[in-house]
Write a protein that binds this ligand. Structure first.
Ligand code: SF4
Length: 369
């Protein structure tokens, strides 16, 4: 059995209607419990929970401090390639977007690493588009050989792979894989992914199962906010997380909820989530799950990121470049999406400290694994 079997039992419209018909009483009930289930999560993300935002924020703050202390993890992406054989309607790297394509060679990766290390980072996120011929498993194995001595925690956000491929990469030092479903609305998923391997909804949704079976240290889940009704989509993320935690209990989990950002040739979001709603979502996830790590990228604006540090977020990126070679040489080439918070890593670290928190550059060592 995989999550897809469970997913087939969910009816999108019924879940949506459940969420939108939750009442103040359901929200109060969810807030009063010690441990919340998926029905409570529906109440916490429902419009009925909006008047309870302050109460949710206080509870989320308390739970986060209890589990994570006053710390914020720092990570940074390194884009290795913008080659991609998929068409995704929301992405600047889409195959139908006529841009120069670059895949970093070892000497270019070396230059990127030097700049990133100088910024203070120990947690590195490797990112590529999906182009199996150029950036397939052999390429990743070489990259991992090159970067693993320099960084203490290596994550990847690349195409979904088979279990045996993940096993090879874990042996090479891979710690975490992020695989966002983009949307759990199966019909609309097809519209946003008309061409390429990514159009296979089932293969993508079952990727965390293959990772769990391969024994990965951490899996990142999420949706792209703006493609579909965010409340219903985020319910599916919560259900997926719930299933994975029970099935692969040795693995850690993180979630992220990027809001659709402008990009070259971009589409307009179908739904727009405002800042109060994003705060509601962060708090809802934390109140639902005290263990999960919550990550917020530089897609979000400065003031918003400063304000949510204490509410439930546990990791931040800063000083990010979303184009291959962006740190050391390709300063002006096309980004995957526009950055909103352009402050440097040190500026963000100082902001975190001013709020009484500690920026954590390293919390993991291979010697401990
Ligand atoms: S989202 Fe990923 S798979 Fe889709 S076009 Fe962009 S890089 Fe390619």
């Amino acid at each position: 059995m995989t999550f897809y079997e469970k997913f087939k039992e969910y009816d999108w419209e019924r879940i949506k209607s459940d969420i939108y018909s939750k009442t103040a009483r359901d929200v109060e009930h969810a807030l009063s419990k010690d441990k919340r289930d998926l029905e409570d999560f529906k109440a916490l993300v429902s419009p009925a929970a909006m008047p309870y935002l302050e109460q949710m924020a206080q509870l989320s703050h308390r739970l986060t401090q209890k589990r994570f202390g006053k710390t914020i993890q720092m990570y940074v992406p390194m884009y290795l390639s913008n080659e991609c054989q998929n068409i995704c309607t929301y992405c600047g790297f889409s195959l139908d977007n006529k841009i120069p394509r670059i895949t970093l060679r070892p000497e270019q990766i070396e230059r990127e690493m030097k700049v990133i290390k100088k910024m203070g980072y120990e947690h590195l996120l490797l990112v590529t588009g999906e182009a199996n011929q150029t950036v397939g498993v052999p390429y990743f194995e070489k990259v991992l050989d090159q970067v693993r001595e320099e960084f203490s925690h290596i994550s990847m956000e690349v195409q979904p792979m088979d279990q045996t491929d993940y096993e090879k990469l874990i042996d090479k030092g891979l710690n975490t894989v992020l695989v966002y479903q983009e949307t759990y609305h199966q019909e609309d998923y097809k519209k946003h992914h008309p061409k390429g391997k990514k159009s296979n909804f089932q293969y993508r949704i079952d990727t965390p199962d293959r990772l769990g079976k391969a024994g990965i240290h951490k899996i990142g889940l999420g949706v792209l906010i703006g493609l579909e009704d965010w409340r219903t989509d985020c319910f599916h993320v919560a259900a997926h997380l719930d299933y994975l935690e029970k099935t692969y209990w040795k693995t850690k989990y993180s979630i992220s909820f990027p809001r659709l950002r402008p990009f070259s040739g971009g589409m307009e979001p179908k739904v727009v989530m405002d800042d109060r709603e994003l705060v509601q979502l962060i708090c809802a996830y934390r109140i639902f799950n005290e263990e999960v790590e919550i990550s917020l990228s530089t897609r979000e604006r400065e003031t918003f990121r400063d304000n949510v540090i204490k509410l439930g977020v546990t990791s931040l990126s800063a000083g990010s470049k979303t184009n291959p070679g962006g740190y050391s040489e390709e300063k002006d080439s096309l980004e995957q999406f526009e950055i909103s918070d352009e402050r440097s890593a040190q500026d963000i670290a100082s902001m975190i400290q001013r709020q009484g928190y500690e920026p954590v550059w390293k919390d993991w060592d291979m010697a401990l694994s």
